[in-house]
Design a protein around this ligand. Structure first.
Ligand code: HEC
Length: 146
C-alpha cells in the first residue's frame, strides 16, 4: 500500500471514531518514543512549538510558541493528536492569539503528510503522547481568616 492509501484509511478511521472520542476501534502499531523524538527534531517542530526540556532553534522563541506536552487536566487522546498533526486545521489549539496561529481559518502549521511515513507518524505521536502528564483536578482551597 502506498502512503496516500494508508493515510486515507487513517482519516476514515478518525472520521468513524468521531472527534471527541477515545481510541476505540483505532489501533495503530506500537510506536517508539526515541524514534519519535528524532522525527520531532528533524521536522523542526520546535520552530513553532515549545516542549519542556527541549531547546528551541535560535530566533524562533519570539515568533510562535504553541506549547505541547506538560501538565494538562484532560489528556489529548491518541486520535486527537493524530488529527492535530495530519489535519492541523481541523480544530485549532485553544488559548492562543488567533491572528498568529491561523490565516482565514487555516492553521499556519504545515502539513507533513507527504514527508512523514506512517511509521514516522506513529512514532511521533507516541513521543508526543509521552510528553503529556495528567494533572489531577484540584479543588480551590479556601483560606480561613481568623
Ligand atoms: C510553522 C509553525 C509550525 C510548525 C513547524 C509545526 N506546528 Fe504544530 N502547530 C502550529 C500552530 C500555529 C498550532 C496551533 C493551531 C492548530 O491547532 O493547528 C499547532 C498545533 C499543533 C498541535 C495541537 C496542539 C493543541 O494543543 O491542540 C500539535 C499536536 C502539533 N501542532 C504538533 C506539531 C508537530 C509534531 C510538528 C512537527 C512535525 C509541528 N506541530 C510543527 C504551528 C506549527
Amino acid at each position: 500500500m502506498n502512503k496516500l492509501k494508508i493515510l486515507t484509511i487513517l482519516l476514515i478511521m478518525i472520521g468513524l471514531s468521531g472527534c471527541e472520542q477515545s481510541a476505540t476501534g483505532f489501533s495503530l502499531p506500537a510506536g517508539d518514543v526515541a524514534k519519535g523524538e528524532q522525527v520531532f527534531l528533524s521536522m523542526q517542530c520546535l520552530s513553532c512549538h515549545e516542549v519542556e526540556g527541549y531547546e528551541r532553534p535560535e530566533g524562533t522563541e519570539d515568533t510562535l510558541s504553541v506549547s505541547l506536552g506538560g501538565k494538562v487536566q484532560s489528556l489529548k487522546t491518541y486520535p486527537e493528536l493524530v488529527t492535530s498533526v495530519i489535519n492541523p486545521s481541523h480544530r485549532l489549539a485553544k488559548g492562543y492569539d488567533t491572528t498568529k496561529i491561523q490565516v482565514e481559518g487555516e492553521s499556519v502549521m504545515p502539513v507533513f503528510n507527504d514527508v512523514l511515513t506512517v511509521t514516522d507518524l506513529v512514532n511521533l505521536i507516541t513521543f508526543l503522547e509521552s510528553k503529556y502528564e495528567l494533572e489531577p483536578y484540584s479543588q480551590t482551597k479556601y483560606i480561613m481568616y481568623h
